[in-house]
Design a binder for this molecule. Structure first.
Ligand code: PHE
Length: 340
């Protein structure tokens, strides 16, 4: 009988060596096959009844040893299988924390906003106050007080957006000069950045754009002060090497008036396609405050003089970044904005 026991032991060892130890179910099947109620080891125990009484103790001992052996091996195999299963789960759910993430897109400031901030910084350092004014003006602030007569071409419906009788979307920031002078006593210096509106629409003109006004009033303010301030400002915007020139011009609210040009930022003044071969680019208007404007605001034009200027922020942004179409600045096109 002991051969039966030995041969079952080697069959078991053989089968165990073949079973897939990562497969818990296969290991469990092996357990049932040997140790279950109808299992092979259990069978051997049942056969004990067929033996003569004196052989039974020795036989029983051997079968029990086999049973303990099989049980131990199966238990080890089950532990191995459980570990394998756990490792598999861990490897499937594994998160590599060193991989790059999905990234949160980070926005940037708009080029027009940047330029406005730069302008405010520059003038604030020179003691200018900032007044944003208002987008909707009456005829008085946009025209009349600025010495602009009723028959002036800028009053035409084709140039200015009229809302109601005598109410307009401001066509320039100059009206803020009037509000400021009505409420402040000289001496003062201020800038007035803001949106303005004109009936205009092509590659370099938009129905809405931004301007920045400037106004300085004190005793003995001359055109030389105006030139000094604006020359410094242009250097700040376009670099040390930029040249400026002032061409005689006309604005109803300044006398004398000038148009300020800077040397072309693309060719440095040699003449190119962008500056139409002239070497210069127009930046804005300026001049000494017309005494009539002072009178309209109750400021003594015998005692005080001043200068004013106004230029377009969109224009500066276009020159700075070589932007070919003004409408790109307000189109909200991500492909455009991502470049800044
Ligand atoms: N308001 C003028 C314009 O829009 C610019 C300007 C401002 C000119 C102040 C002189 C003085 O063109």
């Amino acid at each position: 009988m002991s051969e039966n026991i030995n041969s079952l032991k080697s069959t078991f060892e053989n089968e165990l060596s073949l079973v897939d130890l990562t497969n818990k179910e296969a290991v469990d099947n092996l357990r049932v096959k040997y140790l279950g109620k109808k299992g092979l080891v259990t069978d051997l125990l049942k056969q004990m009844g067929t033996l003569p009484a004196e052989e039974r103790p020795a036989y029983g001992k051997l079968v029990n040893e086999l049973k303990a052996f099989v049980a131990e091996k199966i238990e080890q195999a089950i532990t191995t299988a459980q570990e394998a299963e756990l490792n598999k789960k861990l490897s499937e759910g594994y998160v590599d924390v060193s991989l790059p993430g999905n990234g949160i897109p980070v926005g940037s400031t708009h080029p027009l906003y940047d330029i406005r901030e730069e302008i405010i910084d520059f003038f604030a350092q020179m003691g200018f106050e900032v007044d944003f004014g208002r987008d909707i003006e009456t005829d008085w602030y946009n025209f009349e007080a600025l010495n602009t007569p009723p028959d002036h071409p800028s009053r035409d419906m084709q140039d200015t957006f009229y809302m109601d009788e005598g109410v307009v979307l401001r066509s320039h920031t100059s009206g803020t000069q009037i509000h400021y002078m009505e409420t402040h006593k000289p001496p003062f210096r201020m800038i007035a950045p803001g949106h303005v509106f004109r009936v205009d629409n092509d590659a370099t003109h938009a129905p809405m754009f931004q301007q920045c006004e400037g106004l300085v009033v004190d005793e003995n303010i001359s055109f030389a002060h105006l030139k000094g301030v604006l020359q410094l400002f242009m250097k700040k915007l376009f670099g040390e090497n930029v040249k400026t020139r002032f061409r005689p011009s006309f604005f109803p609210f300044t006398e004398p008036s000038a148009e300020m040009d800077v040397s072309c930022v693309f060719c440095g003044g040699n003449g190119c396609r962008r500056c139409k071969g002239t070497g210069w680019m127009e930046i804005g208007g300026c001049g000494s405050v017309d005494p009539n404007v002072f009178k309209n605001c109750g400021i003594d034009s015998e005692k005080y003089t001043g200068f004013a200027f106004g230029f377009g922020l969109d224009r500066i942004a276009m020159l700075r970044h070589s932007i070919p179409e003004i409408s790109l600045l307000t189109s909200n096109d991500q492909r455009f904005l991502e470049q800044f």
